[in-house]
Design a binder for this molecule. Structure first.
Ligand code: SF4
Length: 290
C-alpha cells in the first residue's frame, strides 16, 4: 500500500490513488522518456508500479503527421494557406497566438499527439483511466484540459515516485502495449517532425524550417520568414529540453539517447499485431481549432 502522506505533489498523489484504487490504468509516455528512463526496464518498472497498459505517444505522432501531410497537400498554393505552422507544442501555439496573432490562422488545425493518442486509447481501452507522462508542465496542462486524461506527471515527478515506492519489475517484455511506431521516435528532437513528415511530394527543398528555443522562434517569426512549413518546438533542443525533464546531461547527450533508442527500435522484431494500424483511428476526428 502506497503511503500518500509522504510529501508528494497533488498530481503524484492523484496517480498513486488511481493505482491504489485498483483501477485499470493506462500510461502513455511521451517519447522523450528515454532521456530519464532506461528503455529496457521502463515497461516492467511501470507494470510493477501498477499500470495495466503502457503505451507510447509515437503512434499519436504518426496520426498527426498523416493529417498534416493530407492538409498541406490539399491546401498548399491556395489563397489563405501561405504558411503551415505545426501545433504539436502547446507553448509554441500560445506564443504564436499571443505574440503573433496575425499568424494564428496558419496553425495546423489538428490535435497534438497527446490528445490524438488519448482519443485512440479511450476508444481501445474504454474502461481504463489514462495517465500521461510528460516532459513539461505545458503538456501536463494540455493533457489535464483534455477530458480523456485523468492525470499527468512530469518525468521528474515519476522518478520521485519510483525513488520512494521502489517498485519491482513485473512481466518479461520491455515492449509497449499494442501501439507501435518506430520512425516517430525522433519526434521530441528539434526537426523530428519535419524529418518524419515524408514531405517530398508536398514541400520543395527549402520550404521547411525547423526551429527550437524561444529566442529562435521569436526571431523566426519577426523576420517575416517566407518558408511554407514551420516545424517549431519551444524548448532548446526540443522536448528533451522540457522543464519536466530530470536529466542534467548536456543536450547533445540527451539527443544521443533518443537516437540510440530509435536505432534499437529499428532492429527490433515487432509482432504484426503491434504495428501501428489505422483501424485504431476509425470513427475518430482529430480536427481542432485555435
Ligand atoms: S518543446 Fe518544450 S514546451 Fe513544447 S511540448 Fe516539448 S517540452 Fe513541452
Amino acid at each position: 500500500m502506497v503511503d500518500l502522506n509522504f510529501s508528494y505533489s497533488t498530481d503524484q498523489k492523484k496517480v498513486l490513488s488511481l493505482l491504489n484504487e485498483k483501477q485499470k490504468v493506462c500510461l502513455m509516455a511521451a517519447p522523450s522518456f528515454v532521456v530519464d528512463f532506461d528503455y529496457l526496464s521502463f515497461v516492467p518498472l511501470m507494470k510493477g508500479l501498477g499500470f495495466d497498459r503502457i503505451t507510447e505517444l509515437t503512434f499519436g505522432a504518426k496520426i498527426v503527421n498523416e493529417h498534416y501531410h493530407k492538409y498541406i497537400k490539399e491546401n498548399k498554393g491556395k489563397k489563405g494557406y501561405e504558411k503551415f505552422i505545426s501545433s504539436v507544442c502547446p507553448t509554441s501555439v500560445e506564443m504564436v497566438k499571443n505574440r503573433h496573432p496575425e499568424l494564428k490562422k496558419f496553425l495546423l488545425p489538428f490535435d497534438s499527439p497527446v490528445i490524438s493518442m488519448a482519443k485512440i486509447l479511450h476508444k481501445e481501452y474504454p474502461k481504463h483511466k489514462i495517465v500521461f507522462l510528460a516532459p513539461c508542465s505545458a503538456k501536463k496542462i494540455e493533457a489535464k484540459n483534455g477530458r480523456l486524461i485523468s492525470a499527468a506527471l512530469t518525468f521528474r515527478e515519476m522518478k520521485g515516485i519510483i525513488e520512494k515506492e521502489k517498485p519491482k519489475k513485473s512481466g518479461r517484455s520491455h515492449l509497449f502495449d499494442r501501439f507501435y511506431n518506430d520512425y516517430t521516435k525522433i519526434y521530441p528532437l528539434s526537426g523530428g517532425l519535419g524529418k518524419t513528415l515524408h514531405s517530398k511530394d508536398i514541400l520543395k527543398e527549402g520550404e521547411t524550417v525547423s526551429r527550437d528555443g524561444c529566442a529562435d522562434l521569436l526571431k523566426l517569426f519577426e523576420t517575416h520568414s517566407d518558408k511554407i512549413f514551420y516545424d517549431i518546438l519551444f524548448c532548446k533542443g526540443g522536448c528533451i529540453g522540457g522543464n519536466g525533464v530530470a536529466s542534467k546531461l548536456p543536450l547533445f547527450l540527451r539527443k544521443k539517447k533518443v537516437l540510440d533508442y530509435k536505432k534499437f527500435a529499428d532492429r527490433e522484431k515487432i509482432p504484426e499485431k503491434m504495428v501501428g494500424l489505422n483501424r485504431y483511428t476509425k470513427g475518430l476526428s482529430f480536427e481542432t481549432a485555435f
